[in-house]
Design a protein. Structure first.
Length: 60
C-alpha cells in the first residue's frame, strides 16, 4: 500500500512538472507573438536608417 501511495505521489509530481513546463511554453509563445512585430519594426527601421545614411557616411 505504501509503495502504491509513493507511486501516486511521484505521478502527481510528474504531472505538476509537466503542467509547469506547458505553462512556460505557452507564456513564451504568447510573449514571442507580442514582441515579434515590435522586433520586426525595429529591424526595418535600422535597415532603412542604414540604407538612407550609408551614402553620406561613405563620402566622408
Amino acid at each position: 500500500m505504501a509503495q502504491h501511495f509513493h507511486q501516486l505521489l511521484a505521478t502527481g509530481a510528474r504531472r505538476v512538472i509537466i503542467k509547469k513546463v506547458e505553462l512556460r511554453y505557452a507564456l513564451a509563445e504568447e510573449v514571442t507573438q507580442q514582441v515579434f512585430p515590435i522586433m520586426v519594426a525595429i529591424l526595418f527601421y535600422y535597415l532603412l536608417k542604414i540604407q538612407l545614411f550609408t551614402p553620406f557616411t561613405t563620402c566622408l
